[in-house]
Design a protein. Structure first.
Length: 134
């Protein structure tokens, strides 16, 4: 079992990998939501969709809708707990919205460019590792 913790200020997304097809995703803020389970999907799915979502440089070609007072686009949905992740791109930062099953929004994760680069590097390495093992 492998664990990857993607950190942004006081928030984290944790990936716990059991196999190439079973990657559990957790949200935590170190306070109220300590390892809050979001769902499961394959390593390739989680890494690919997260990389694609947080790497966007524009929302021009995306289908967007209102979430709170932001225009957001869908990044991915997870199985089992049925959580969804959405993104908002502005000049200052990237906002990652996690919505758990039932529509409840968790506190927003804000990623600056340095954080995005770090997450993309870590996710790319994890994805490559599990692609080569399958």
């Amino acid at each position: 079992m492998e664990k990857l913790v993607l950190v942004s200020k006081e928030f984290a997304i944790t990936l716990v990998v059991e196999s190439d097809w079973q990657c559990h995703v957790y949200y935590s803020d170190g306070d109220q939501y300590k390892e809050h389970y979001l769902g499961v999907a394959s390593v390739d799915y989680v890494c690919s969709y997260l990389i694609s979502g947080i790497s966007k440089t524009s929302m021009d070609d995306e289908v967007t809708f209102k979430r709170e007072h932001y225009e957001v686009f869908w990044i991915m949905s997870l199985f089992t707990a049925h959580a969804s992740l959405y993104g908002n791109l502005s000049d200052e930062c990237f906002k990652l919205f996690c919505q758990e099953d039932g529509g409840h929004d968790l506190p927003t994760i804000i990623l600056d460019q340095q954080c995005i680069k770090g997450w993309v590097t870590q996710l790319s390495e994890l994805r490559l590792k599990y692609q080569s093992e399958s």
